[in-house]
Ligand binder design. Structure first.
Ligand code: SMG
Ligand code: MG
Length: 369
């Protein structure tokens, strides 16, 4: 049982090494909320995967900040003696807001594990010491720039290339990358930019031996994803649509996807992410670890998750240098063989570098009992 002494929220901002364009917008900086939970026994860190605007999901930084400050943290502090397994119940009065919940759950879990000296990967039942890394390549101004970026990432050792696509910037680009790199593991991610009227585009993509097509249709539409999956040989993968283990089960039962992207922040934290993994594994559906351009705090957690046995495909778990010239933690470095080591120290196994954290902090607030 653990008593929470204080929770500190921080809004941090870090420039990205290059703009990241998806079908819904372009990011040039990473801005997110970090939570530091201080208990009687230890402190733990959580990183919120929400962004500046409510575009990838309904959640966004300022909203998540208020949900944490005014609802989740007061409930956690009031609950007094709790364990991480009870947090679902403690937070059940707040509907949705999985990204905000994940931040506090993960920070609390980190503190709990650090207090008893247990690495997160071991707690989750992870079985690998290293995980295979893929990289997500944003939409570029030209095909030549796309080919140059892909070539650079392949030279670094990335084991799977994922291309962001949107209507009009799809088949020709995939064709060019496939022609230049016939053997690579290649996938695409539409971030919900298409409708069933675009079926011809998806049929055209079938010629390029894609590992999967990620979230082609509306973020809430399992039924039409199932229709599209019936039309295609290529596996569909759902990302935005999977906000809980229950939705993962629905999607799999409906045939809306044959692969699941697990983002712990999108489903309410590491514990629910483990439940998504279990649901998928039970159904023989491969999963992989998604990314939200996390700093080293969120990246450490993703690596622990990705080391679980059902994560059989390379994830969007790229090295720090893919995102930042200077990370918030010691940098995560991918080996030339395209794998990265899973942190081995207790909890998430990393800490922010104090000076770097201060330099990146835009705002902070501490909530006490
Ligand atoms: O963390 O490498 C990363 C980004 C991976 O493409 C990525 N994420 O839909 O999967 C996705 C996107 C969402 C992030 S958009 C800011
Ligand atoms: Mg995605």
């Amino acid at each position: 049982m653990t008593r929470v002494r204080a929770v500190e929220l921080r809004l941090v901002g870090l420039p990205l090494v290059r703009p990241f364009r998806t079908s819904f917008g372009t990011s040039t900086e990473k801005v997110c909320v970090l939570a530091r939970v201080e208990t009687d026994a230890a402190e733990g860190w959580g990183e919120c995967v929400a962004d500046i605007e409510p575009d990838f999901s309904a959640e966004f930084n300022e909203g998540a900040w208020l949900v944490m400050r005014d609802f989740l943290v007061p409930a956690l502090v009031r609950a007094d003696d709790v364990t991480v397994d009870e947090l679902d119940r403690v937070f059940a009065f707040v509907r949705g807001n999985q990204m905000a919940k994940a931040t506090i759950v993960d920070a609390f879990l980190d503190a709990e594990l650090r207090a008893r000296g247990e690495p997160l990967a071991a707690y989750l039942g992870a079985t690998s010491a290293r995980v295979a890394c893929g990289v997500s390549v944003g939409i570029t101004p030209t095909i030549d720039e796309l080919l140059a970026q892909v070539e650079g990432y392949l030279e670094e050792g990335y084991r799977r290339i994922k291309l962001k696509i949107e209507p009009g910037l799809d088949v020709e680009r995939v064709a060019a990358v496939r022609a230049a790199f016939p053997e690579i593991m290649l996938s695409v991610d539409a971030n919900a930019a298409y409708t069933l009227d675009d079926a011809d585009t998806f049929r055209a993509l079938e010629a390029y031996d894609l590992l999967m097509i990620e979230q082609p249709l509306h973020h809430d539409d399992l039924v039409r994803h199932a229709s599209l999956q019936r039309m295609l040989r290529t596996d569909l993968c759902l990302d935005e649509s999977i906000r809980s283990a229950a939705l993962a089960r629905d999607a799999i039962e409906l045939g809306a996807c044959r692969i699941v992207n697990i983002k712990q922040g999108r489903v309410g934290g590491a514990l629910e992410a483990r439940r998504v993994h279990d649901v998928a594994r039970e159904a023989d559906v491969p999963v992989w670890c998604g990314g939200m351009l996390e700093t080293g705090i969120g990246r450490a957690l993703n690596l622990a998750l990705a080391a679980m046995p059902g994560f059989t495909l390379p994830g969007d778990t790229s090295g720090s240098s893919r995102y930042f010239s200077e990370d918030l933690t010691a940098p995560f470095v991918m080996a030339p063989d395209g794998t990265m080591a899973v942190p081995r120290r207790p909890g998430i196994g990393v800490d922010p570098l104090p000076e770097r954290l201060e330099a990146c902090t835009l705002r902070r607030e501490t909530i006490r009992p």
